[in-house]
Design a protein around this ligand. Structure first.
Ligand code: SAH
Ligand code: SF4
Ligand code: F3S
Length: 474
């Protein structure tokens, strides 16, 4: 009988991708994914350390798991609890101290070693009736948070479980930028790009398994500089992201390409060019700016000014007039004055966002900004966040309303709540509800948008729509 594996994922899309790969690694050991921790043989929390709240969630979840594990053990069963991801990397020993019933703590670069860790946890469990004994100085669970010299990508199984119509593909990991507020360079380690040939092979497998859309992932995805395929003769030894996208767009059946998350510093001419030249590259770009104040941007070590960002946006929109943007913002960075915050509002007004994420600055232990003078009081942060979110929300509503009357290609990925209805995504990731025949599931069709609902759009298959039914292996 299959063993039950429950994985709970926090944080960014990299973690979503990693959770899928952990399931792949454990599949040969007989673990099959389930959607609840109750009665699971193994539970993995794939964690995020980006803000304090994100990290604290993990400890509450572990608190809830404890009685579930005890109940299972009282019946003679066993539940292995693993904490993976960025909290594991940043404070693994602390996890074992606060939650000694955790069996395995593993960092993001070691999950190809999971089978061996599970075996060790089981051996230790059988011997002592409780949890493992290796790695941690206090003598508790298995702790694996080094950055191994071998790449995990070379040790993962090839036959990944299908991800459906819309798949994630990790092309780049880690970050060398060291923004002063951010934990990622510490939790994910140095920047690393996978070779083009590996990425292409994985993309082809995903498409053969039914994917029509692939989102290329990296903590700093446009810093991508992977080894070129062997057959390219005189071409450069390393490719940038723009060139990689152009290459992947040639895969039959792959109709949509996206990438996230990019850094303004690494937007080069080739990438801007790709936005004009590659129809499969969706005209929706997440390009975080964090702040509109040059002084704050410098203190954040973002290494660009607000005007550099404006120029990049202009160049992108020159190539692709229908490009829409999303971004991340931090309010209340140490020392931020009201005038500096106002510069952020001004930048938002000028750029115009279709969607955005905004956060109160959260001091992260060990990062330079946490020790900076002028920490902003929480009520001030809350008040600024509210004003920023109000503006961003108005822009999002205006963007959605402006799609009424437009014809947008929609990739249909599921049935709607009503019979005869399909739901899909616009190029801007808006959900679109349409009365459409089942054959369009998995296909792209032009939709005349005629309604804006709270969280989605409505429309009708456009008259004379060029239907692009399933191509390739699906
Ligand atoms: N690599 C991406 C960001 C990854 S983290 C980039 O460079 O843009 C996702 C977002 O979380 C960041 O863009 C930032 O807005 C936010 N964030 C990161 N650290 C934070 C902190 N200490 N406090 C508040 N928000 C933070
Ligand atoms: Fe963090 Fe900056 Fe790297 Fe983004 S670019 S992951 S914000 S250090
Ligand atoms: Fe969080 Fe780690 Fe992603 S800190 S945002 S899970 S890289």
């Amino acid at each position: 009988m299959a063993k039950k594996l429950f994985i709970k994922t926090y944080g960014c899309q990299m973690n979503v991708y990693d959770s899928g790969r952990m399931a792949d690694v454990l599949a040969p050991l007989g673990y099959a994914p389930v959607d609840s921790a109750a009665d699971a043989d193994m539970v993995i929390l794939n964690t995020c350390h980006i803000r304090e709240k994100a990290a604290e969630k993990v400890y509450s979840e572990l608190g809830r798991l404890r009685p579930v594990k005890s109940a299972k053990e009282a019946e003679g069963g066993r539940m292995v609890i693993a904490v993976a991801g960025c909290v594991a990397q940043a404070e693994g020993a602390e996890v074992l101290r606060r939650a000694p019933y955790v069996d395995i703590v593993l960092g993001p670069q070691t999950y190809h070693r999971l089978p061996e860790m599970v075996a060790r946890a089981h051996r230790a469990g059988a011997a002592v009736g409780s949890v493992g004994k290796t790695g941690d100085p206090a003598g508790r669970g298995v702790l694996e948070t080094d950055f191994p010299v071998e790449s995990k990508f070379d040790h993962l199984p090839e036959a990944a479980a299908p991800q459906g119509l819309s798949a994630f593909l990790s092309v780049q990991e880690g970050c060398d930028k060291f923004c002063t507020f951010c934990v990622v360079p510490y939790t994910r380690g140095a920047e690393f790009s996978r070779p083009v040939a590996d990425i292409e092979a994985e993309a082809r497998r995903l498409v053969a398994a039914g994917a029509r859309e692939i989102t290329l992932l990296g903590q700093n995805v446009n810093a991508y500089h992977g080894a070129a395929p062997r057959s390219t003769g005189g071409a450069p030894a390393e490719w940038g992201l723009g060139r990689l996208i152009g290459h992947l767009a040639e895969i039959d059946g792959l109709v949509r390409i996206r990438y996230t998350t990019s850094h303004p510093r690494d937007v080069d001419e080739e990438l801007i060019e790709a936005h004009g030249a590659v129809p499969a590259l969706m005209p929706f770009l997440h390009l975080p700016v964090q702040s509109g104040s040059d002084r704050i941007l410098a203190a954040m070590n973002r290494r660009h000014g607000a005007d550099d960002y404006r120029r990049i946006v202009d160049r992108l929109r020159d190539r692709r007039a229908d490009l829409a943007l999303s971004s991340d913002f931090i309010v209340g960075f140490p020392g931020e004055t009201e005038a500096e915050f106002a510069a952020t509002l001004r930048l938002v007004e000028e750029v115009g966002y279709a969607q955005a994420f905004s956060f109160k600055y959260s001091a992260r232990p060990g990062t330079p900004a946490a020790a900076m003078p002028g920490q902003v009081p929480d009520p001030v942060k809350s008040e600024r966040l509210e004003r920023l979110q109000d503006l961003l929300h108005r822009q999002q509503t205006a963007f959605n309303e402006a799609t009424v009357g437009r014809v947008l290609p929609v990739l249909f990925d599921r049935h709607g709540r009503h019979p005869g209805q399909l739901v899909g995504r616009s190029p801007y990731l808006q959900g679109v509800h349409v009365a459409a025949p089942d054959e369009l599931l998995g296909a792209v069709a032009d939709v005349a948008i005629d309604a804006v609902h709270t969280n989605s759009l409505g429309g009708a298959i456009a008259a004379g729509a060029a239907l692009r039914p399933r191509e390739g292996g699906g």
